[in-house]
Design a protein around this ligand. Structure first.
Ligand code: ZN
Ligand code: ZN
Length: 378
């Protein structure tokens, strides 16, 4: 589950642009990869803060996020999808006009290799996770097995036999790029022979365990914590649990897409829960205490005297957890309808006929209610 962007930057929901920028600068300094070498957690935090800033600093994206949250952004293709740190540097490097090193108070920024492209991050994976209505409403932890690829241990992802060396690509002379001439134009493109790596491997020098591909299949187990209040279609991201990247690049992300089953009794709209409860006519007419089902268990409820069929009673705070406002819950809406008995005992039938007589609706032997029509024509 991606964290709330306001929470990531530690700002209020109504924070103005300068406050958001200031908060991002603070977070970016703290987690800057150059200040946290070999610290993958800092890199994840740096990426998280950058994504939060990308969304909250753009009014259009922020509006969508405020209204629909993470999956709203995803649905509109507004995902801040930084595949690696260099993407972030190219997105925000010049945000204060003085380049990234000025932004971070000197220290040289980052050296970006030119010409040869950086190793590509692994592909994202998606997995559909079926959930019962109750699991989505109350939250659940699932152990999941994810089949994916990882680096071949034998060759450490390089695809080479022990002792073998990759040779400089003959097509591009190791540059990773070739220049094609088209009339007066000279176009620089990725070398088709080595896919931009600048190196190739002789067939005899390929690692035997992976056939030179540098990767093999594996199954990882993850513990997926589904928070209470989730719903169908929601995607939860597990960074770094996707497909293997090129050597030196991180794994892609894993997206868990929730598929929530419907419930026999309950319906949900956001954090609000709806239920229809049949109540005997006598209780509707006279009033009384009943027990009604909620997602959190049974709750006592008072039916007022003279309750009409279809009346809705709202139990505040008895719905599911609000996904975006932790600690708050939606409401439980109970629609009371008259429970009409399909089978009557002799005693019940006698009493009901007597009641009908008192109400002078004139029931005949066959059950035809004569008097009703008169009521409607008054
Ligand atoms: Zn290998
Ligand atoms: Zn090449």
């Amino acid at each position: 589950m991606p964290r709330d962007y306001y929470e990531v930057l530690g700002v209020q929901k109504d924070a103005d642009a300068p406050t958001i920028k200031k908060a991002f600068k603070k977070a970016a300094r703290k987690f800057h990869p150059d200040l946290n070498p070999d610290n993958p957690e800092a890199e994840v935090s740096f990426k998280e803060a950058s994504e939060a800033y990308d969304v909250l600093s753009k009014p259009e994206k922020r509006k969508v996020y405020d209204q629909y949250g993470h999956e709203g952004l995803h649905g509109r293709g507004f995902d801040p999808n930084f595949t690696d740190i260099n993407d972030i540097f190219s997105a925000f490097g010049d945000m204060f006009g003085g380049g990234f090193s000025d932004f971070f108070g000197g220290g040289g920024g980052r050296s970006r290799s030119r010409g040869r492209r950086s190793p590509k991050r692994g592909a994202d994976l998606e997995m559909v996770v079926p959930l019962s209505f109750m699991e989505a409403a109350l939250g659940v932890t699932k152990q999941l097995e994810i089949p994916r690829h990882t680096h071949c241990e034998t060759c450490d992802g390089g695809g080479l036999k022990d002792g073998a060396k990759a040779v400089s690509c003959g097509t591009c002379a190791g540059h990773g790029q070739v220049i094609q001439a088209q009339g007066f134009l000279r176009i620089r493109t990725t070398c088709p022979a080595c896919q931009g790596q600048g190196k190739t491997v002789d067939p005899g020098d390929q690692c035997e365990d992976c056939g030179g591909g540098g990767r093999k299949r594996e199954t990882i187990e993850i513990e997926a914590r589904i928070p209470p209040g989730t719903y169908g279609g929601l995607q939860i991201r597990h960074p770094g649990k996707g497909e293997v990247g090129e050597p030196g690049a991180p794994h892609g992300d894993l997206y868990l897409t929730l598929d929530v089953q419907s419930h026999e009794v309950f319906k949900r709209d956001g954090a609000d829960v709806y239920v229809t409860v049949p109540v005997p006519y006598a209780i509707m007419a006279l009033g009384g205490e009943i027990c009604i089902p909620t997602v959190h268990g049974e709750e006592p409820m008072t039916v007022k005297q003279g309750t009409a069929s279809g009346d809705v009673i709202k139990l505040r705070g008895k719905g599911t957890d609000e996904l975006r406002a932790r600690g708050t819950r939606g409401d439980h809406h109970v629609r009371l309808v008259v429970d009409v008995p399909t089978e009557l005992s002799e005693e019940e039938e006698d009493l009901l006929r007597k009641l009908a007589e008192i109400q002078s609706v004139g029931v005949t032997e066959k059950g035809f209610w004569k008097g009703l029509f008169e009521k409607f024509t008054i």
